[in-house]
Every structure is written in C-alpha cells, then in structure tokens.
Design a protein around this ligand. Sequence first.
Ligand code: CP
Length: 311
Amino acid sequence: MQHDLVSVESLSAADVMNLIHLAHAFKAGASLTPVRPTYAMNLFFENSTRTHTSFEMAEKRLGMQVLSFDAGHSSVTKGESLLDTLKTIQAIGVDIAVVRHPENGFYQAVLDAQLTMGLANAGDGSGQHPSQSLLDMMTIYEEFGRFEGLTVGIVGDLAHSRVARSNMMLLTRLGARVIFGGPAAWYPADFATYGPHVEIDALVAQVDVMMLLRVQHERLTAETETTFEAGNYHNDYGLTCERAARLNPNAIIMHPAPVNRGVEMASELVECAQSRIFPQMTNGMYMRMAILTEMLLAQGLMNPTDVEALR
Ligand code: CP
C-alpha cells in the first residue's frame, strides 16, 4: 500500500488480505509503535461518529499524537482551500491527515500536489469510503474465511452511497458476486458493471451477506424528500422481519450505520443474532489501525520487519 488511501481502486486483492491479516493481529492483541513520535489530524467537514472516533482511537492505540481540528473554527471559514489547509498542517509537522469532505474526489488536488504527509479519505461525497469498505471486508472474511462463492446483496440508497461504490469494487475484485436492491431509480447506470438490480424479495433468498444502506436524507433532492414516506420505503425495499426470516440461517446482516431504524431495516433486527452491525464498528477500529500502520510504513515511520511479522 502507498502512503495515501483515497480510493479502493488502488488496492489489489493482496493489499486487502494484508490489511485484513494485520487488523486481525491487532484484534488478537498485537501492538506496534512508530519509529519516532508521529502526529495525526482528523479533518471532518461532514458529521461522523464511527469513522472519526475509531480513527482517533486507532491513532492513539498506535501511540500517535492526535491534534484537534474544528472545521467551523478553522481558517477554511476565511476562504482558505482544503489544499492550503493540508499544506499548512504538513508544514507544522503532521504525518497523517484523515479527511472527510462532501465534495466527490476532493483528494485529487491533494494527490496532484504530491504532499509528503499521508492522506486517508474518510469519505468523499458519494464517491469512496475506503476504510468502511475494508472493515466490511474484514467482517465478511471473519465470518466466512473466503470471498469466492459468496453472494452479497447491497440494498438501499445506492445513488448516494460511497459505501456501496467502494464495496462493489472490492467484493468483485475478491471474487464475490454482488446483487443490488432498493428503488430502481436509485440504481446508478455504472453499477450494472458490478451486478444486477433485483427486487428485494428475490434477493433475500440468494444472499450470504445482506448489506443495508442508510437512506441519506441530507443528499436527497427536495422533490424526492417530499415524496419519501418511511413506512412505504420499509415495506417496499426494507429488511422487514418477514423478509429476514427468509434469509439463509448462515447469512449475516450488515449496515455501515447510522441506521434509520424502521426504514431500511426493522429496528429489532439491528441487534438480532444474524446482525454484525456492532461487530463492524469494533472491526473498524482495528482495520483503521492496520491502514494507519501501512501508511506509516510507506513513510518509513514503522519498522518493516515488525509489520511483516503481523501480516
Ligand atoms: N459508517 C460511517 O461512516 O459512520 P459515521 O458517519 O458515523 O462515521
């Protein structure tokens, strides 16, 4: 892996498996520390609970110093660009910046500037969410020990989902079959390359992994939002208790969260025996430790022998 992680497109199957093995080693109790004091800053221009907190926890568990950043009180409010903000914190000594931003592909200008500091994309608009996708791969591998031969249903607000976009790319690269569900109008044309769109009742009987997506009200158009009705959505496209009863008994239920309980899935299914929603969050912290470790290694800030021993 390189010293940036902005999209899953740059990851080979071997890169993903190395990250999964490293994350599992951390989960089993392994620890690593950088070769010198290192500094991280998490710059979130969109709200977050899981991604922000688990990156910060991962940084602290790796012994990094975490500098605070508050977008609303930063010089971005005076018109400073994201690129100039990142150049500034690099000049001050930050080694890794973790950035969530509403603009798709915000990272391209940063990559073009060839900063020496590492950049982790914590979600860009409806573009990519690589760390979420990698923790999802870890959770699936933990359950099944393989990707080949698995069928994964990705259901919901596909049009706005950076999680769906990253996951369809990694799952197919790793050998899984992807099928999509949810409103047909929310099935982007470019998703067809990765898998077909089917009705949810046909989908539930086929899947090993049932992955629900949040309806992203903050990204719906005003027209779509006024015609949206939660109960109708749940009945037409959601994982109801009746549909969940028709899942394969070995199938697991995933959701990147936050969950709109009673909309994309019945509230009681969030904590059911087949749900892996909270284990996904736990795995997220370990996977982010693995991602940060590889980024630090690429900057010469981790001992290669120590990292290799855990992969
Ligand atoms: N899954 C996810 O990205 O959650 P947050 O928005 O809380 O970070």
